[in-house]
Design a protein around this ligand. Structure first.
Ligand code: PLP
Length: 371
C-alpha cells in the first residue's frame, strides 16, 4: 500500500541547497571490516596520537555522577582559569562547542546577506561554509607561496567586508604569517573590519616571528583569536574551544549562544587539561620528533613535503593523490587526499606515534613503488 504524504516543504534558499555537507568518515570498526586490515592508524584529522590528558580523564570520572544536572551555563571555572592564563578579563572570553562554534557565532553576529567575508584558498573549510549558510558572500584569496597573501587580502576589502579569517598556522599548508607583514596588513585595513586569528595549532609553533592574538588584546579591538582543545590537548571528541576578543564583541556573541553549548564533561576535562603541562609537553616533543622523522622519510622516497609549524604535513607525492590515499587505506593507514582542495598530487598526513610514523612511511614506500 502506498501512503500519500501530506504537505510540501517550503522553498530552500540557493545558498543552502548548494552547500556541500561535510563528508562523513566511517567508524574505524567498519573500516577494519571493509578493508580487512588490523589496527588501522588514523593520521587524517590532526588529532593527538597520545590520547587525552590523563588529568582530563580523571576529571571526567570525578564529574560523571553529576550528569543529571545541566552544565554550568557560564562555565565559570573554565573561564576564570583562561582569564588567569591569558591575563584578560572573563568578559573577553567566549566558549564554544569546539572553536568551530565560535566561527559560527561571529558570522551570526556580523554577517548578513549584504556582507562579505574574506578567507584564503586553501584554508580551513568551515569559514566559507558557515558564511555561505548565513547567506553572506565569500571572497576567496589564493595563498601565495603557501601562506596568506596579506597584500591581496587587504586589496580585496570593500565597505561590505566584515570579517577576515586567517588560520595561523594555515590548514592545510602548515605555514605561519610573519609579524612584520601582519603589522603592515593591520595598518592597511579599515578600522572596522574584524581579523580572526584561528590559532588551532599555535601550541605546536616554535617560530617566534609570527603574530599571536593575545599580544593584541586590549590594544586593537579588531583582533579576535580562537583556540581549541581538539588538537594539542587531545580532546577533539568532547568539543571545546574558545575565542578571546574585545568585551563588547564577546557580549554580542553571548547573545546568540545557546545557554549550555559547552557540556559539563567538556568543561571539566578542559579545565583539567589546561593544567596538565606534562601531557602537553609530551605531545609537543613527540610531534616535533615525529615531524622530523616523517619529513626525512618522505624526502628520502622522493616526495616533496612542505615545511610545517603544526602536527601535520602537506606532501606532494608526485602522483595521483586519490590513488595514493586509497592504496594507503588498504595498508591500514588513513591519511587525507588533498585532491578535493585542488591539490591533485598532495596528501596531508598527521604526525602519529613513532611506530605509526614508521608504519606510515613503510606503507607509503610500498604504495609509491607499486604505482
Ligand atoms: C581543527 C581545527 C579547528 C578546531 O576545530 P574544533 O571545532 O575546535 O574541533 C579550527 N581551525 C582549524 C584551522 C582547524 O584545523
Amino acid at each position: 500500500m502506498t501512503t500519500r504524504k501530506e504537505g510540501a516543504i517550503p522553498p530552500i534558499p540557493d545558498y543552502i541547497s548548494t552547500l556541500v555537507p561535510y563528508p562523513p568518515g566511517k567508524p574505524i570498526d567498519e573500516f577494519e571490516r571493509e578493508y580487512g586490515v588490523k589496527n588501522p592508524i588514523k593520521m587524517a584529522s590532526n588529532e593527538n596520537p597520545l590520547g587525552p590528558s590523563p588529568m582530563a580523564m580523571e576529571s571526567i570520572r570525578n564529574n560523571i555522577s553529576n550528569l543529571h544536572r545541566y552544565p554550568d551555563g557560564s562555565a565559570y571555572y573554565l573561564k576564570a582559569r583562561l582569564a588567569e592564563i591569558y591575563n584578560v578579563d572573563q568578559s573577553q572570553i567566549v566558549l564554544g562547542n569546539g572553536s568551530n562554534e565560535i566561527i559560527d557565532f561571529l558570522v551570526r553576529v556580523f554577517v548578513d546577506r549584504t556582507s562579505e567575508v574574506i578567507s584564503s584558498d586553501p584554508s580551513f573549510l568551515m569559514y566559507r561554509k558557515i558564511v555561505q549558510a548565513a547567506g553572506g558572500r565569500n571572497i576567496m584569496i589564493p595563498l601565495k607561496e603557501a601562506t596568506h597573501d596579506l597584500e591581496a587580502i587587504s586589496e580585496a576589502v570593500t565597505p561590505r567586508t566584515r570579517i577576515i579569517f586567517l588560520d595561523n598556522p594555515n590548514n592545510p599548508m602548515g605555514s605561519v604569517i610573519r609579524s612584520a607583514r601582519f603589522q603592515d596588513f593591520l595598518r592597511s585595513l579599515p578600522n572596522n573590519v574584524l581579523v580572526v586569528l584561528d590559532e588551532a595549532y599555535m601550541e605546536f609553533v616554535r617560530e617566534p616571528d609570527t603574530p599571536r592574538g593575545i599580544d593584541y588584546m586590549g590594544r586593537d579591538r579588531r583582533i579576535i583569536f580562537l583556540r581549541t582543545f581538539s588538537k594539542a590537548y587531545g580532546l577533539a571528541g568532547l568539543r571545546a574551544g574558545y575565542g578571546i576578543m574585545d568585551t563588547e564583541i564577546a557580549q554580542n556573541l553571548e547573545k546568540v549562544r545557546q545557554p549550555f553549548n559547552v557540556n559539563a564533561t567538556a568543561q571539566a576535562a578542559a579545565l583539567a587539561a589546561l593544567d596538565d603541562s606534562e601531557h602537553l609537553d609530551r605531545t609537543l616533543a613527540i610531534t616535533w620528533q615525529g615531524m622530523d622523522e616523517l619529513l626525512q622519510g618522505l624526502r628520502a622516497m622522493g616526495c616533496e613535503p612542505l615545511p610545517s609549524h603544526t602536527n601535520y604535513i602537506m606532501v606532494n607525492v608526485g602522483t595521483d593523490a586519490e590513488t595514493v590515499y586509497k592504496q594507503m587505506l588498504r595498508e591500514g593507514i588513513i591519511i587525507r587526499s588533498m585532491a578535493s582542495y585542488g591539490f591533485k598530487k598532495y596528501v596531508r598526513i598527521t604526525v602519529g606515534l613513532p611506530e605509526d610514523n614508521r608504519r606510515c612511511l613503510k606503507a607509503m614506500e610500498k604504495v609509491l613503488n607499486s604505482l
